[in-house]
Design a protein around this ligand. Structure first.
Ligand code: GTP
Ligand code: MG
Length: 235
């Protein structure tokens, strides 16, 4: 099944080229990488253009401004589906997600999982040397999500995922308005609610060594108010 890895970038000049070359080493004939850059001021978009002209498996979507991870992924999903991808992956460009794990996610989807998630919180998974606060936020977020949504997913905020296209075709993508971690929770919730199978595979999540995190208090707060809304709200 032809896979497209969607790679959202904002100021990832220190990571993008290394990431694309690492993906080149693990992807198969016909697979693609789609960079979704929100006009990064550090020139990441120009680096992407250079890679597109050199490597035929790479594409780029330039967006006018930073709108958060959610809208960037939705634009990427649309493009990947329009280009005929049968599997669509989400992945951070900061090496927190290990490109060497991509083939396992793809294999799980090819073996029948509608959505395969790289999970820090199943046996064999883990995080690098995170401090106590960071651990608490991540674990607390998972527990809070489970409390409301009862998905049985151990790592609902994780952003290393592989969707079969049937899942994305079935979801009302433009109706998803979440921007940050909430986007990850919402896509998995909607997939489960629509009856699709979700499988978690263990991954180790390492902190970025280059570039700056875009995690913010706002992104955490957004997840806090959106999770109950998913359960009791409009959709
Ligand atoms: N296109 C686009 N990409 C974004 C945006 N915000 C974050 N990203 C990218 O999304 C990926 C994850 O963002 P990070 O900054 O690593 O945030 P995070 O992984 O939630 O937080 P950390 O674990 O602290 O790194 C990276 O590849 C970012 O460059 C955005 O608004 N637009
Ligand atoms: Mg990160």
């Amino acid at each position: 099944m032809r896979a497209t890895v969607c790679l959202p970038t904002y100021n990832e000049r220190a990571n993008l080229e290394r990431m694309v070359r690492a993906l080149q080493g693990v992807l198969r004939e016909g697979d693609r990488v789609l960079v979704i850059d929100d006009s990064s001021p550090d020139g990441t978009g120009e680096i992407a253009d250079g890679l597109v002209s050199e490597l035929s498996f790479v594409g780029v979507l330039h967006r006018p401004r930073k709108e958060g991870l959610g809208p960037a992924y939705l634009a990427g999903f649309r493009r990947a589906l329009d280009e005929g991808a049968e599997l669509v992956l989400e992945m951070d460009c900061d090496f927190s997600h290990n490109p060497a794990d991509v083939p396992r996610l793809i294999a799980a989807a090819e073996d029948g999982a509608d959505l395969a998630i790289g999970s820090r919180y199943v046996p064999g998974g883990g995080v690098g040397d995170w401090g106590l606060v960071r651990r608490a936020i991540s674990r607390g977020g998972s527990l809070y999500t489970e409390l409301f949504l009862r998905m049985g997913v151990k790592d609902p905020t994780g952003g290393f995922k592989c969707f079969r296209r049937s899942v994305l075709d079935a979801l009302d993508l433009p109706a998803i308005t979440a921007k940050g971690y909430a986007f990850q929770i919402e896509t998995t919730y909607l997939a489960k609610r629509a009856g699709f199978s979700v499988v978690e595979l263990p991954i180790t999540f390492d902190d970025r060594t280059h570039g700056a995190s875009k995690m913010s208090r706002r992104i955490v707060l957004e997840a806090i108010w959106r999770v109950p809304l998913l359960r009791f709200g409009r959709t």
